[in-house]
Design a protein around this ligand. Structure first.
Ligand SMILES: CC(C)(COP(=O)(O)OP(=O)(O)OC[C@H]1O[C@@H](n2cnc3c(N)ncnc32)[C@H](O)[C@@H]1OP(=O)(O)O)[C@@H](O)C(=O)NCCC(=O)NCCS
Length: 184
C-alpha cells in the first residue's frame, strides 16, 4: 500500500534489524524489541502478520499480530492479538499507526480471522474499531487486568460468522504468555 511516500509491506527475515530498530526507538527501551524477536520465532504465534511502514527507504513503523485462541474451545474461533505497535518518535501523530492497524486488519479479515484483541492505550485503539473492556464482554485476558485498566483490554470483531455465545479466556502465544507483558 502506498500513501504519498509511505509504503507498507510485510516484513521478512532480512528486515529483522529494521523491525528491532523501530521497536527500540518507539518505546525507548528494549523490552518490546526482545518480545518481537521472540514472537517471530515462536511457532505457537504462527502464522504472524508482521508489517513495516517505510518512508523513502527508512523503516518508521512496525506492527505485529500473533495467533491466539479461546481457552477450552476446540476448535477455537480464529483470533489474533495485536502487540506491539511502534512508530519512531519523529514520525508519530502522522497517521502511520492507524494505517498499519488498518492494513493488518484487512489482511486478518482476508484470512477469516473473527476477533482481534489488544492491550493498549484505551483512547487510541477505539479510533480503529476496537471496543474497550473486552473483559466485560466475557473475554478475560491471558493474565488478570487490574480493574482501573479494564478499558485498555480491547476487542474488535472482524468476522461475518456469528461468534455470539463464544466467550472465554484468551490464550496467547508462548512468548507473550508471561505476566510482565500484561501490565500496562
Ligand atoms: C501509540 C502510537 C503507536 C500511535 O501511533 P501514531 O502513528 O503516532 O498514531 P496516529 O498518527 O495514527 O494517531 C492518530 C490519532 O491518535 C492520537 N493518539 C496518538 N497516540 C495516542 C495515545 N497514546 N493515546 C490516545 N490517542 C493517541 C493522535 O493524536 C491522533 O489523533 P487525531 O486523529 O485526533 O489527530 C505511537 O505513538 C507509538 O509508537 N508510541 C510509542 C509506543 C507505544 O506506546 N505503542 C503502543 C503500545 S499499546
Amino acid at each position: 500500500m502506498a500513501v504519498n511516500t509511505l509504503i507498507i509491506r510485510e516484513a521478512n527475515e532480512s528486515d529483522l534489524h529494521d523491525v528491532i530498530q523501530v521497536e527500540k526507538e518507539a518505546f525507548g527501551y528494549e523490552k518490546e524489541a526482545i518480545l518481537v524477536s521472540q514472537l517471530l520465532e515462536d511457532e505457537s504465534a504462527e502464522p504472524t502478520i508482521s508489517l513495516l511502514a517505510f518512508k523513502e527507504d527508512e523503516a518508521v513503523g512496525h506492527i505485529l499480530f500473533t495467533k491466539a485462541a479461546i481457552d477450552g474451545k476446540d476448535p477455537s474461533p480464529l483470533i489474533y492479538l495485536l502487540a506491539p505497535l511502534a512508530i519512531k518518535p519523529e514520525h508519530q501523530k502522522q497517521g502511520i499507526g492507524g494505517m498499519l492497524i488498518n492494513e493488518g486488519l484487512k489482511k486478518l479479515k482476508d484470512m477469516g480471522v473473527e476477533m482481534v484483541f489488544v492491550l493498549g492505550h484505551e483512547n487510541y485503539y477505539p479510533k480503529y474499531g476496537f471496543i474497550n473492556d473486552a473483559g466485560n464482554m466475557g473475554f478475560a485476558a491471558p493474565y488478570p487486568i487490574p480493574e482501573e485498566q479494564a478499558g485498555a483490554w480491547m476487542v474488535q470483531f472482524l468476522g461475518s460468522k456469528d461468534v455470539e455465545g463464544i466467550t472465554g479466556r484468551v490464550v496467547c502465544a508462548d512468548a507473550l504468555n508471561k505476566p510482565e507483558h500484561w501490565r500496562e
